[in-house]
Write a protein that binds this ligand. Structure first.
Ligand SMILES: Cc1ncc(COP(=O)(O)O)c(C=O)c1O
Length: 391
C-alpha cells in the first residue's frame, strides 16, 4: 500500500492504543478496569443537551461559517471576560473540532520547515507528532518530579536556539496534573517575549484546578501582547463534552484568519448542533463543574495516599486535571525494563489499564487517570499494588 513518508514517521496515539488493548481483553471476557481514560466520567449537563435537541428540531443543521457561528465566537470571547477579566471579541476566536484541531491549526499556521518547538516533558502525547506533521522540530525539555514536573525559565533558556519559534505550554498538564501559578506563567511569558518565542498555551483543563491552587491563564498576557501568544481551550474536559468535539483558539485576528484558512480547506465548521450546545455550555450555569471538582479532589487524595504507600514510588501532588503521574521505575526489572512492559504486565495480571510514561516522554512513570467512580478506583489500585508488591 502506498503511504507517504510523512505518515510512516508518525506514531499512533499511545492512549488510544492502550484503550484498544483493554477493549480487546474485555471482549475476550476478562475483567478489565481502565484507568487510562482521558475524559471525565460525568454526563453532559442537561441544559447543554437541551440546546442541542432544540438546534436539531429547529433545523439548525446546515453549514455554518468556518470559524463558528457569531454567537459561539462571542461566547468564547465572553468566557475569558467572565473568568479572567479579559476583553476579547468574536474576531479573536475560532471554534474547532476539539482542542486537538485548534492546536493542529495553530502549528500549521505558525511553523515554517525546521522551526523548533519547545515542548516541556512530560507532554501531552500528540504534541511532538503534530509539530512533525507541520514540518517543525520538537525540542523536548525534560522536567523532574521535584519541581512538580514544571518547567523553569532556566530550563527553557538552556535549549533555546535562534531556530526556536514556539513554546507549547500546558497547564494544568496531561499527564502530570501539574499546574503553573499565575506568577510562574507570567515569568515564562516574559522570557518568551524577550526571546521572540511565540507561546501556544494549552488551557483545556483550566476549570479543573483544585484549591488552594487558583486557576491561572495566559489570556491577560495575550490581551497585552496578542501577537505573541495564542490560547487553546475546549469543552471536552471542563464541561464533560469530549464527544461533541468543540474546542477553540483565542488569538490575534490575523492568526484566527490563518487558522480558519486551514480549517476551511480541511474540515470546515464544527458540527452545527454542537456549536449551539457549546453556546449553552459557555454561558452557564456551571454547577456541574463544581460537582465534578469536588469528586476529583476526593479521588485524587484517595489515590495519592495508596500510590505513595508503595515503597520507592514518588508522586507529586497535582493541583489540576484528573491524572497522577508517579515515578515507578524502581519496579522495573530486566524482564520488565520500561513503562510499556510494566503497563502490559499490569493489564494482564491486575486487569488494570494504565498509560506508559514513555508515551508522554518520561519512561520513569506511568499515568493513572482518576476519572472513574471511587470504588472502581480503590479496587483497581489495590490490584495494581498487589502485582507491584508481589503479594
Ligand atoms: C493537554 C490536552 N490538550 C488537548 C487535548 C485535546 O482535547 P480535545 O478532546 O478537546 O480535542 C487533550 C485531550 O486529551 C489534552 O489532554
Amino acid at each position: 500500500m502506498r503511504i507517504s513518508d510523512r505518515l510512516r514517521k508518525l506514531k499512533p496515539s499511545a492512549t488510544l492504543a492502550v484503550n484498544a488493548k483493554a477493549q480487546e481483553l474485555k471482549a475476550q471476557g476478562r475483567e478489565v478496569v481502565s484507568l487510562a481514560v482521558g475524559e471525565p466520567d460525568f454526563g453532559t449537563p442537561d441544559h447543554v443537551r437541551e440546546a442541542a435537541k432544540r438546534a436539531i428540531d429547529e433545523g439548525f443543521t446546515r453549514y455554518t461559517p468556518v470559524p463558528g457561528i457569531p454567537d459561539l465566537r462571542a461566547a468564547i470571547a465572553g468566557y475569558y471576560g467572565q473568568f479572567y477579566g479579559v476583553c476579547a471579541k468574536g474576531e479573536n476566536a475560532i471554534a474547532s473540532c476539539g482542542g486537538k484541531q485548534a492546536l493542529y491549526n495553530l502549528l500549521m499556521a505558525l511553523l515554517n520547515p525546521g522551526d523548533e518547538v519547545l515542548i516541556p516533558a512530560p507532554y501531552w502525547v500528540s504534541y511532538p507528532a503534530m509539530v512533525e506533521l507541520a514540518d517543525g522540530v520538537p525540542v523536548i525539555v525534560p522536567t523532574d518530579p521535584d519541581s512538580g514536573f514544571l518547567v523553569s525559565v532556566r530550563d527553557l533558556e538552556s535549549v533555546c536556539t535562534p531556530r526556536t519559534s514556539v513554546l507549547l505550554l500546558n497547564s494544568p498538564s496531561n499527564p502530570t496534573g501539574g499546574h503553573y501559578s499565575q506568577d510562574a506563567l507570567d515569568e515564562i511569558a516574559r522570557w518568551a517575549r524577550a526571546r521572540g518565542v511565540f507561546i501556544i498555551s494549552d488551557e483545556v483543563y483550566d476549570r479543573l484546578v483544585y484549591e488552594p491552587a487558583k486557576p491561572s491563564t495566559l489570556s491577560p498576557m495575550w490581551q497585552r501582547h496578542p501577537e505573541s501568544i495564542a490560547i487553546v481551550g475546549a469543552l471536552s474536559k471542563s464541561f464533560c463534552m469530549t464527544g461533541w468535539r468543540v474546542g477553540w483558539t483565542l488569538a490575534h485576528p490575523d492568526l484566527v484568519k490563518a487558522c480558519a484558512k486551514i480549517q476551511g480547506q480541511s474540515t470546515s465548521n464544527v458540527n452545527s448542533v454542537a456549536q449551539k450546545a457549546a453556546v449553552a455550555a459557555l454561558t452557564g450555569p456551571w454547577t456541574l463543574v463544581d460537582e465534578m471538582k469536588a469528586s476529583f479532589v476526593r479521588r485524587r487524595d484517595l489515590a495519592l495516599e495508596v500510590i505513595r504507600s508503595w515503597p520507592g514510588v514518588v508522586c507529586p501532588k497535582p493541583d489540576g486535571a484528573f491524572y497522577l503521574f508517579p515515578v515507578v521505575e524502581k519496579y522495573y526489572t530486566p524482564d520488565m525494563p520500561d513503562s510499556a512492559a510494566l503497563c502490559t504486565r499490569l493489564l494482564e495480571e491486575a486487569g488494570v489499564a494504565l498509560v506508559p510514561g514513555s508515551a508522554f516522554g518520561d519512561d520513569r512513570c506511568v499515568r493513572f487517570s482518576y476519572a472513574v467512580a471511587d470504588e472502581v478506583l480503590v479496587g483497581a489500585l489495590a490490584r495494581v499494588g498487589k502485582v507491584l508488591l508481589g503479594k
